[in-house]
Design a binder for this molecule. Sequence first.
Ligand code: PLP
Length: 447
Amino acid sequence: MKNARIITPLPGPLARELIARDAAVVSPAYSRDYPFVMAHGRGAEVWDVDGNRFLDFAAGIAVCSTGHSHPAVVQAVKDAADRFLHISSDFWHEGQVRLAERMAQLAPMKEPVMSFFAQSGTESVEAALKLARHATGRPRFIAFLGGFHGRTMGSLAFTASKYTQQKGFFPTMPGVTHVPYPNPYRPLFAGDESGEATLHYVERTLFASNLPPGEIAAVLVEPIQGEGGYIVPPDGFLAGLRALCDRHGILLIFDEVQCGVGRTGRMFASEHWGVAPDIVTLAKGLGSGLPIGLMLAKRSIMERWPRGAHGNTFGGNPLCCAAALATLDLVEAQYRENAARVGRHFMQRLRDLAARHAVIGEVRGKGLMIGMELVTDRGSRTPATALCEAVVTRAFHNGLLLLACGTSTVRFMPPLMIGEADVDEAIAILDASLDEAGACATADGSR
Ligand code: PLP
């Protein structure tokens, strides 16, 4: 392989040793697909404890937006750490106010916006749900099949990308009704316009038969579905959802935890369609690796919950705020544009690859949020789930870190600073990995 430097069988001896120690003391609940044991990273490259070098197109699940240990982010965190490590949300500090001011300028709402600080995606979503209930006085919500919003008991009630996330945890928060997310590749409703069909289903069937719209606080939706399969909704869907919410006094919450902060080539993915939500959740790429989440809401809504209604200990941590401010500087100045440009090159290279590999059913996405759907044959569009897992595993052995999503989609969420040469290297590894995974599947008859 051109630049990959895999120098031991994987996992190497030091990785094996650490994984064995981990198995004795760390919870087995985590989804760990292949044995990568991190030693250090720079930009889009990571090294494992045995000295093997990988290209990282998973970026800590879309978190390391500016690349691993970007010097400007590291410096900002060091400077903040030298001043103080923590003060709590009971007090004020400059970094937190500066970040909220910055978000107020960037937010996709066309009116004044306020921030609530958290540490993770799920906590941002919990804050959005609590605010929506409090502000509207309404108890119910609408969510989407395939959606992922976190794993705490509130956000978990909305999460619906794999049943294993739910199994064994019922009852979660009551009052959530799921509807199909419009998937143009595999529409659940008949007809060409899956977005419109979903909206009609909600308004004409659900509201008429079962769900009183006047009891719905909010609709929670990912502008581009992440864990559910990197699904880009049809044009007009988000605008239609906005109009539906407005007709019934329902708040619209965009979960941009995965698709936000420049990943799609825009600061917020919803900007691709020019649709403004009432509330937005962010986390992942915002802190370049430091744990920060934000819930942004129109001031007219945020002002509706009083002092003491919600809070936390670590929200607005000074190191996380410093990392987020440095990240936003880089994303605004260079990486948002870079994601759009390099993303176009990447999509083209993947589409070229599809000409060689009939198992690639579709390549879709925006910016550097790209999914490659694998199918057993293009006519039936049947998901090739085992093959997808095998491709991700073979890519690891060839020096490329990837993750899957949906039923059979390989997802690409590299750091936003990658160049075209990184893409070309990844494509070469992917090409070989598709061949190898296909050969294994053919040999054991599993495809
Ligand atoms: N929302 C979306 C869209 C996500 O993709 C995720 C995580 O993958 C979450 C929320 C939950 O974030 P966290 O894992 O930080 O709790």
